[in-house]
Design a protein around this ligand. Structure first.
Ligand code: 4GX
Length: 248
């Protein structure tokens, strides 16, 4: 998968050089290129923003550098037509399903905005998608761009070593994760739940499933997809109702 990111802060993208994404790039599963928007200005001051027509506070990002950058990217990356993503609080919320949909693309271009916003003609004439990473306001689109790369890349075959961990991912089934433990069996008076030390694999599987159901009911009932629940889940849920509010 090819991903091009257009930004006024190319140096902000070191997180994509490490860990799972860094390794995926080294292994050729992901080809990420960072483009400096200022390289596509034509004036002496390399100006990327200007005062808003109609007046008001703040600055607006200029339209021409974004079009010139996307033209250059398209020229260098022959092939399939890319999705062009603008990150903004006005966008479609990024979810598990949106990330998986993006991961099916061969080529993404992500445009990072700053200041009060971007000239509307970038949105109209260049962007195919506008995506938000959450209902809060950041100072720029760089972190949202990296969040989108992270979330989408996990769905590319081979990026995450264990494909089962992607399939069993919290949001794949509409259920939050179960609690995890490793050694020691007791730490400052807190014991690992006995069932996990029992070696009774079916009891462990049922306990984990019940924990996932309980946590989802407690914290994110909006995620529960009734149609995804099986017969055993309904039995576990009946038991949970009785124990509601009790700690594990
Ligand atoms: N999820 N921001 C973008 C500037 C901006 C405004 C409008 C384009 C259009 C954000 C978010 C976010 C702050 C990044 C404003 N660019 N992006 N920036 N939440 O808050 O994606």
């Amino acid at each position: 998968m090819k991903i091009d990111i257009v930004t006024i802060f190319p140096e902000a993208f070191t997180p994509l050089q490490v860990s799972v994404i860094g390794r995926a790039r080294e292994r050729g599963l992901l080809d990420v290129r960072i483009w400096d928007l200022r390289d596509f200005t034509t004036d002496r001051h390399r100006q990327v923003d200007d005062a808003p027509y109609g007046g008001g506070a703040g600055m607006v990002m200029k339209v021409e550098p974004f079009f010139a950058a996307v033209d250059a990217i398209r020229a260098q990356r022959a092939g399939a037509t890319p999705r062009v993503i603008l990150t903004s609080p006005q966008g479609r919320p990024l979810t598990h399903d949106v990330a998986r949909e993006l991961a099916r693309e061969k080529h993404l271009i992500i445009l990072c905005g700053h200041y009060e916003g971007i000239d509307e003609r970038v949105r109209e004439g260049l962007a195919t998608d506008e995506i938000s990473v959450g209902d809060y306001v950041l100072t720029g689109g760089e972190l949202p761009a990296m969040v989108i790369v992270e979330a989408a890349a996990r769905f590319i075959a081979g990026v995450v070593g264990d494909a089962a961990s992607v399939a069993a991912d919290s949001f794949a089934e509409g259920l939050l994760d179960y609690p995890h433990y490793t050694r020691p069996p007791e730490f400052r008076g807190r014991r690992v739940p006995e069932v996990l030390l029992s070696g009774h694999h079916d009891a462990i599987r049922r306990w984990r499933r019940a924990q996932r159901l309980q946590r989802t009911l407690d914290r994110r009932p909006d995620l529960l997809k009734a149609e995804a629940l099986g017969e055993e889940d309904h039995r576990l849920l009946e038991d949970l109702d009785v124990d509601a509010g009790e700690s594990p």
